[in-house]
Design a protein around this ligand. Structure first.
Ligand SMILES: NC(=O)c1ccc[n+]([C@@H]2O[C@H](COP(=O)([O-])OP(=O)(O)OC[C@H]3O[C@@H](n4cnc5c(N)ncnc54)[C@H](OP(=O)(O)O)[C@@H]3O)[C@@H](O)[C@H]2O)c1
Length: 195
């Protein structure tokens, strides 16, 4: 993981950056393999095994990042956008047989001790948009059982998702770029930047 606590560290794929902080093509390909290829393979396999008699509830973990083009996390955000689009389409197919698709799109999730420095690096907003895993799971299962499509846990995160839809994509990307760059240069409580 990125020792500086850069937002890259929360990319959903625990790739390791080079000592000089650069990311190799292999690291980027890993994001696509884990987030897109393996999710696609798993999804198609569970769909193949579903019981046609029982309404099938498909749950996919995307990210709030999937709603925006994200400088510095471009591949990650694009991979999560893929999952959103896929889920819309599969949800429509499942609806025809009484099932549904649900997508969890969290901002920050306190999944492991390694994620905490990345959240910290984003300052107060990072902490305010971070949700505990059990809360996200509970909301997602509730939504899936009700056949609801989207779960964006946290009131602030819901607002950000709606707001993002009202602002032109390139302006959102510019705001995000400014925010990530500031986060990358800010030392954190858990992992101060090396000198
Ligand atoms: N943490 C956040 O702030 C956050 C925010 C928004 C969305 N999400 C999404 O929530 C989900 C869970 O997050 P997380 O923080 O637990 O993600 P994570 O630490 O990257 O791990 C998620 C899973 O992916 C596997 N994985 C990661 N890199 C891999 C690689 N290179 N090759 C093979 N498997 C790999 C991990 O396997 P191992 O168990 O073997 O390590 C783990 O099972 C992800 O889909 C993530 O994108 C997380």
């Amino acid at each position: 993981m990125d020792r500086s606590g850069s937002p890259r560290a929360a990319a959903g794929v625990r790739f390791v950056t080079e000592p000089d902080g650069t990311v190799t093509a292999e690291h980027v390909a890993d994001i696509v393999r884990v987030n897109v290829e393996s999710t696609l393979a798993t999804t198609h396999e569970v769909l193949r095994l579903r019981d046609p008699v029982v309404p099938f509830r498909l749950v996919t973990v995307s990210s709030l990042a999937g709603f925006y083009a994200m400088p510095l996390k471009a591949t990650y955000a694009a991979s999560k956008a893929f999952l959103l689009s896929l889920s819309v389409a599969l949800g429509e197919e499942l609806r025809a047989e009484g099932g549904s698709a649900t997508v969890l799109a969290p901002a920050g999730l306190a999944t492991s001790p390694e994620v905490i420095p990345a959240i910290d690096a984003q300052g107060l907003l990072g902490r305010m948009t971070t949700i505990e895993v059990p809360t996200a799971v509970r909301l997602t299962i509730d939504a899936a059982l009700k056949g609801r499509f989207l779960v964006v846990p946290g009131v602030l995160n819901g607002l950000l998702q709606r707001l993002g839809g009202l602002i032109p994509d390139r302006l959102v990307a510019r705001i995000i770029a400014l925010r990530w760059r500031r986060a990358r240069i800010r030392p954190t409580r858990h992992s101060p930047l090396p000198a």
